[in-house]
Design a protein around this ligand. Sequence first.
Ligand code: AMP
Length: 211
Amino acid sequence: MIIVLLGPPGSGKGTQGDPLSQALGVPKIATGDVLRAAVRDGTPLGLAAKSAMDRGDLVPDDVILGIMKEALGSDRARHGAVLDGVVRTVPQAEGLSRVLSDLGRTLDAVLTFEIPDEELVRRLSGRTVCDSCQTPFTGREPGTTCEKCAGTLVRRKDDEPDAVRNRLAVYRIQTQPVLDWYRKRGTRILEIDALGTPERVLQRITMALGA
Ligand code: AMP
């Protein structure tokens, strides 16, 4: 099963991606996680992506398509994948469609995370993430220990207020049209109410998928 998670920053894609990938028995592919690891490791990919990421801008489509192609063609994704934050522009949607058709696969559903802007700003301004396993947390201070892997919680640079405002604007301008693109092609789109506890949201997702 191949699922795309589509929603603004802070809507819960990262939080839901892991339990959903476990429930479906397929890996989660999160381009943001791949890019942050590249920045941390100082690879050429990371060096090229860092300044756009810090501003809250998108990195170029061809970079993302390269990551997606490699990840989806890998053996671990042979039964499918949960794509978190991957399709963010129409050229990426077109590129994903080409990659999948080359692999003889199809996209099963796009899940859209529905949530008011005030809640996004509230969540992102109080968010920390583990610098090792990338799990997001709310209400935990930077410098404390991750309960999942004993890494250290840090504040993402792009969770600072200016970058957050920019990311929400980028989402509206560049990512919202992706939904219309999928709608026109008749892709199965499932709208998920993303307010509430992570457990409740996961329940809604699994019910919507009939999983
Ligand atoms: P995320 O962790 O999904 O919020 O992504 C963090 C940052 O990584 C974004 O603000 C972008 O700069 C970059 N990024 C991640 N995924 C993509 C993508 N599919 N297209 C372009 N940029 C991306």
